[in-house]
Design a protein around this ligand. Structure first.
Ligand code: AMP
Length: 290
């Protein structure tokens, strides 16, 4: 491809919805051509997770992408095309991330994500790649990976697309029963309460810093009102730079990424909100010093 062409890239695992298409739309406004990939990446699933039943809707996905203006779709027909059965000797190991929330809950996750994103960048060679805030730890990981490993790709984060009641759009929402779907916005409502607690200086005794316990309690209190929440996997109040947990938050200096994973029945839901300085950092297009 001509070096002067800005190629946008939207990696996905398919089962596309308006959230994915919002990334394509953003790419269309900023790039000369847009490529997307559809690949359910086995290395980011833990044993017993939903790899086999992950929704696969290839034909519909390709027509949605093409209707949105995507010119190139990379959709390997089999896992072997990316991971030969003879095995791989090398992978990307974001060691520090294995100790953070999503890494503790799903130990293979970050290595799987970093490795597949690196492979896709090498294959597609995009100028700029688009990721959704919905998977905030993935966004922060990819931003760090391209910076730490000097990869020549710009990273853009796009806002989370939500259903009208606030539920973050997700391919896994199709697993929700009608009753679960009715209450599934509980996670968004709980995170909003956490964000409000961060911004509530009166609970901070005038210092502007709000302790993580206060924020976490605000999230938990809302989640506890819904009996269908069968498990709170984690509530994380972390730095936007590396997802390390914060002891306290001041919106305009530390900022915060408030994220959580819960089970509604058997369905795992994740979501997050950004507070103050974190929003500027995550959405900034300039290179940032760490
Ligand atoms: P996935 O197919 O789940 O791997 O997602 C592919 C890309 O779409 C990732 O960058 C996700 O963060 C992004 N994405 C998924 N859901 C949403 C959403 N509701 N709003 C915006 N982006 C999303």
């Amino acid at each position: 491809m001509d070096k002067n062409i800005r190629l946008g890239f939207v990696p996905t695992m398919g089962a596309l919805h308006e959230g994915h298409i919002s990334l394509v739309n953003k790419a269309m406004t900023e790039c000369d051509a847009v490529a997307s990939s559809i690949f359910v990446n086995p290395t980011q699933f833990s044993k017993g997770e939903d790899l086999d039943k992950y929704p696969r809707t290839m034909e519909k996905d390709v027509s949605m992408l093409s209707a949105a203006g995507v010119e190139f779709v990379f959709a390997p027909g089999s896992t072997d095309e990316l991971y030969p059965s003879s095995g791989s000797l090398c992978h990307v190991e974001p060691a520090a991330f294995s100790r953070i929330c999503e890494g503790v809950a799903r130990p293979e996750f970050f290595r799987g994500v970093a490795t597949i994103v690196c492979k896709l960048f090498n294959i597609v060679q995009p100028t700029v790649a688009y990721f959704g805030q919905k998977d905030i730890s993935q966004c922060i990981l990819v931003k760090r990976m391209v910076q730490d490993l000097n990869m020549p790709v710009e990273i853009r984060v796009c806002e989370t697309m939500r259903e009208v009641d606030g539920l973050a759009m997700s391919s896994r929402n199709t697993y929700l029963s009608p009753d679960e779907r009715k209450v599934a916005n509980i996670l968004y409502r709980a995170l909003c309460a956490g964000k409000a607690a961060c911004n509530n200086n009166s609970s901070a005794g005038g210092s502007g810093f709000v302790s993580r316990d206060v924020i976490s309690a605000a999230v938990t209190d809302v989640l506890k009102t819904e009996p269908m929440v069968s498990k709170i996997e984690y509530i994380s109040i972390a730095s936007h730079r590396d997802m390390k947990e914060l002891d306290s938050v001041k919106a305009d200096t530390t900022g915060a990424v408030i994220s959580s994973a819960i089970r509604l029945g058997n369905v795992r839901l994740i979501d997050n909100l950004l507070v103050g300085a974190s929003e500027n950092y995550i959405y900034s297009q300039a290179e940032q010093s760490l």
